[in-house]
Every structure is written in C-alpha cells, then in structure tokens.
Design a binder for this molecule. Structure first.
Ligand code: PBG
Length: 331
C-alpha cells in the first residue's frame, strides 16, 4: 500500500467471521418474508405446479398445515391465491364475491387455526375468476374497464375482509381503487384491515408460472399492458405510489422484484413508507433452473437474492422460497 493513506485497509474488517458479522449493515430474517400459497379444491390434495418446481397448490386442509409451518418458522404473513375451478370462472368473475369461495374458506380456516399468530394477505384482482384471464371486466374489444372493475373489486375486498383477511392487496392496477376500497372497509367497520397496494406493478414476462398455478395462462387473451406499467418507466412508478398513499394505502409493493430494485430504492427514499417487493414466479423459476443447471449453489442464491431486497430498502419480500429461506435462516 502506498499513496496518502497507507494504513487504510478495507479488508481489515472482513478478515474474520465475527468481524464480518459485526459490520453487517443489512439483516435478513424470517420476519421479512411473506409466503405466497396457491389454494385448490378438495381435501388432502397436493398438486405440484410444473413450471414452479417445489411449489404446489394445496387444498384448504393442507393450507392450514402450511400456515402452522409458517408460524413455527417465524414467517409473519401468508399471501393466498386460488386456482378457481374452470366451471366457476365467468366473464365478470362473480365467484370473487362468493363468501364461500376458495379464498374465503382458506382464510377462515387459517384464522381459526392460527389466530393472530399469522397474517393473511389476500390478492384483489379478478384474473383467477374470469374466463378471459384479465384482471377486470372487459368491453367488447377486450379492453379492461377501469371504473366498472373497481366496483367489483370493492365487493371482492369486502368479501375477503369479512372472511377474516388481515391485509387486502389489490394487484389489479386500476386507477382510484385504493381510496374507494378504504372507504368501503371503513364503512363496514374494518378499520384495522390493512391495504398493501401493488402500487408499481409492471407488465412483466416474469409472471408465466404464476398464471399456470392459478390456471389463467391458457385463458388469457392478449396481454395486460393497458393497465400494468411499462418496464421502461420509473417516474410513473413514483406517481403510482404517491396516488395510492394519498388514497390510504398502508404499505406499497413493487413487482417484479430483483429486476426492479432501482424502483424499490427510489420509492423508499422518496416516501419513507413500508415498501415490499414481490419476487415473482419467473424469478423463482430462474433461480431453481440456475441451481439445477449447476450454475450456482441453490441455498446461497436464495439467501443472496433475498438479502438484496433488504439492502434496497424493502421491509419484506413475497417469495416462493419463504419456507426454505426461513429454515436456512433458523439454522
Ligand atoms: C394477478 C397477479 C399476478 C401475480 C400476482 N397477482 C399475475 C398477473 O398480473 O398476471 C404474479 C405473481 C407471480 O408471478 O409470482 N393480478
């Protein structure tokens, strides 16, 4: 070492494990994980999802087992998604309003079994319920109608809150829905039901395996570019977040995750609110494929990517690796 500061060695604090531990700026814990789970009809049913190796759809009784497992691992919240039977899907997605639909039954069963030991986050959007696979109601040309859809989303949100959902998570990207859903929740006395808005959700190529899991891939006509965001945009994401916060969102989400950490960072710095990110199905599948191809150690890839979300400013991450990661973190 020469130059003006001969004794400055950044490697000094890295030289031993205890010192690396002491200087670590970011911590990843099971408390930072939200576990997305897919629900299917039946009892004792596990259906592996082909494009998501290691991920299954579970019937309600087995979802309760997953919930208990999450509690024991220290995971604070589950995100539920239904694989609605084909014959219950319709043009207007009315099954979303059924108080006995899969989501409501799963929510009630988890809350009955686990109470306040775990939060249940429910997705608000119509794609698992529509025969055309879009997130909302469509006109004759297939265009997703904003205000008509919001009316249905309000009903869907109340239905989920009545079943015991703790966090309502609108993933539909319609304009103005957060404020109207908040108003409706207040009017019905659901003062402590939170809203985590999928505020900056991009029209991404990384959602494919999810659409397999909820059975909407084969049904989807066209794409979602008239409501989900253009991956080229950042300023628009900040406007989306500002709007949802002003309408009463308790926390906001950026989605997908790893390719959009710049958005997470800008949202965190600008708004200083709880920011979550969704490491989506395609990202999960990429890590699994990389590990299977021998391109890296699976466990190390999982923990490094999840830590990156924390470093970028996330309070937590929705990830299909949640249980596995929690197990690794718990040692
Ligand atoms: C639906 C929804 C999607 C995801 C979460 N909620 C798919 C989509 O917008 O088409 C994707 C999650 C994932 O890929 O893991 N509104």
């Amino acid at each position: 070492m020469t130059a003006a500061y001969p004794h400055t060695r950044l490697r000094r604090t890295r030289a031993s494990a205890w010192s690396r531990t002491m200087h670590r700026e970011t911590v990843l814990a099971p408390a930072n994980l939200i576990w997305p789970l897919f629900v299917t009809e039946g009892a004792g049913v596990e259906e592996p999802v082909g494009s998501l190796p290691g991920v299954s759809r579970w019937s309600v009784d087995l979802i309760v087992k997953r919930a208990k497992e999450a509690v024991s691992l220290g995971i604070p919240c589950l995100a539920l998604f239904p694989n609605t039977p084909r014959d219950l899907r319709s043009d207007n997605g009315l099954e979303a309003m059924n108080p006995d639909n899969l989501m409501c039954r799963a929510t009630r069963a988890i809350k009955d079994a686990c109470g306040e030991d775990i939060g249940v986050l429910t997705d608000v959007a119509l794609d698992p319920y529509t025969s055309h696979g879009q997130d909302g109601l469509i006109d004759g040309g297939g265009y997703v109608l904003n205000d008509d859809t919001v009316e249905v989303l309000i009903g869907q949100s109340l239905n989920q809150a009545n079943a015991g959902a703790d966090v309502i998570a609108p993933s539909d990207m319609m304009d103005g829905r957060i404020g109207l859903i908040r108003q409706a929740l207040e009017a019905e006395g659901h003062h402590n039901v939170q809203i985590m808005s999928y505020a900056a959700k991009y029209a991404s190529a990384f959602y494919g395996p999810f659409r397999d899991a909820v059975g909407s891939r084969g049904l989807l006509k066209g794409d979602k570019k008239t409501y989900q965001m253009d991956p080229a945009n950042t300023e628009e994401a900040l406007r989306e977040v500002a709007m949802d916060l002003s309408e009463g969102a308790d926390s906001v989400m950026v989605k997908p995750g790893l390719p959009y950490l710049d958005i997470v960072r800008r949202v965190k710095e600008r708004f200083e609110v709880p920011v979550f990110a969704y490491q989506v199905s395609g990202e999960y599948a990429m890590i699994e494929a990389a590990a299977a191809a021998g391109a890296g150690d699976r466990d190390a890839l999982v923990l490094e990517t999840l830590l990156a979300f924390r470093r970028a400013g996330c309070s937590g991450v929705l990830t299909y690796h949640a249980a596995h990661a929690a197990r690794l973190l718990n040692g």
